[in-house]
Design a protein. Structure first.
Length: 146
């Protein structure tokens, strides 16, 4: 039981490590677990912490990605990270999150990001709102080159 709990504790870090490789391969600038306000540490901050803390830097070019292998009710934690960023992103591997929860996420300006293969576990209405990892990466690249 202890080993399996340790595996569960490490799973989010494995996911973050895979994402970090993806971001490096795509030439994206980012900071991992950088401090924002009130000791908050979003999982990924694009393009970086110095830009985030620079009041002259255009906040529309900032992007934040929280990473949670499963959401449950913990997705709300992401809302308190990176106050300068109005529309936040959350990547998860959780399948079939309820429509009630995804509607609440959308109303709080939190965009759910999932690997494209998991989109099919959501309702057709939810699928139109979901973002896949490639689209997220393209969004960050566009903001960084604008």
């Amino acid at each position: 039981m202890i080993a399996s709990q340790r595996d569960l504790d490490c799973e989010p870090l494995h996911l973050e490590n895979h994402l970090e490789v993806l971001f490096v391969e795509n030439g994206l600038r980012y900071a991992r677990t950088a401090r924002t306000e009130n000791k908050a540490k979003p999982d990924f901050l694009f393009p970086g912490v110095s830009d985030y803390h620079n009041p002259a830097y255009d906040p529309s070019k900032l992007t934040m990605l929280g990473v949670k292998s499963t959401c449950k009710d913990r997705w709300r934690q992401v809302l308190a990270e990176a106050d300068r960023i109005d529309h936040k992103h959350l990547l998860t591997l959780e399948t079939s999150i309820s429509t009630y929860q995804t509607d609440e996420m959308a109303s709080k300006c939190l965009q759910l990001v999932l690997p494209h293969g998991l989109h099919q576990t959501y309702t057709p209405a939810q699928q139109t709102w979901l973002m896949d990892v490639a689209t997220f990466t393209d969004l960050v690249r566009t903001r960084q080159t604008a």
